[in-house]
Design a protein around this ligand. Sequence first.
Ligand SMILES: [Zn+2]
Length: 200
Amino acid sequence: MKALLAVFCASIAWASPQPAAAWGDDGHKIVAMIAEHYLTPDVHNTVIALLAQDTDPLTAHDMASEATWADKYRNQHRETASWHFVDIEIDNPDIDAACFGRAPLPPNTLASNGPSQACVLDKIIQFITEVEQPNTDPEERLVALKFLLHFVGDMHQPLHSSDHNDRGGNSVKVIVRMGSGLGQRLGHGGVSDFQSRCLR
Ligand SMILES: [Zn+2]
């Protein structure tokens, strides 16, 4: 399982160019599809078998769709909202401050039931640990994999991993010139997607 995560995370990291705009469902799906392409057959079979056990109707259960699950889950579980980002101040970077002091997960607590104040870096570590440990409850292992599919994508999205006293980019005003092909493309999802993904 450790090899599975290593390959999976490396694949996603490779697939995340810099700089990048905010991810919406399509962005997360693309990241997952590229990662899936680079999985070895054994790892791929393991991932698919895990996801096949999922009965949650929020998404379909292929890798690409499951990579969008955590955003939909967050809409119903606001206590997980902070898990999607790490607001590292550009002018005064402080990981501890950005990660709410980096308090460890309380003993005997599932990562999916952890405190609301945790950053994406620490949640990724917690969920990797759960996927690796052989005694993890099967339901929790599945949820951990679904969070990982999403959070590794989030972590490579600059507006989810930096801050400039602007609420992770949410306070930045964007001027969009309309009347061109670009404006039409933005009107068909570009701006709305950007805004929706920035909102936490
Ligand atoms: Zn997210």
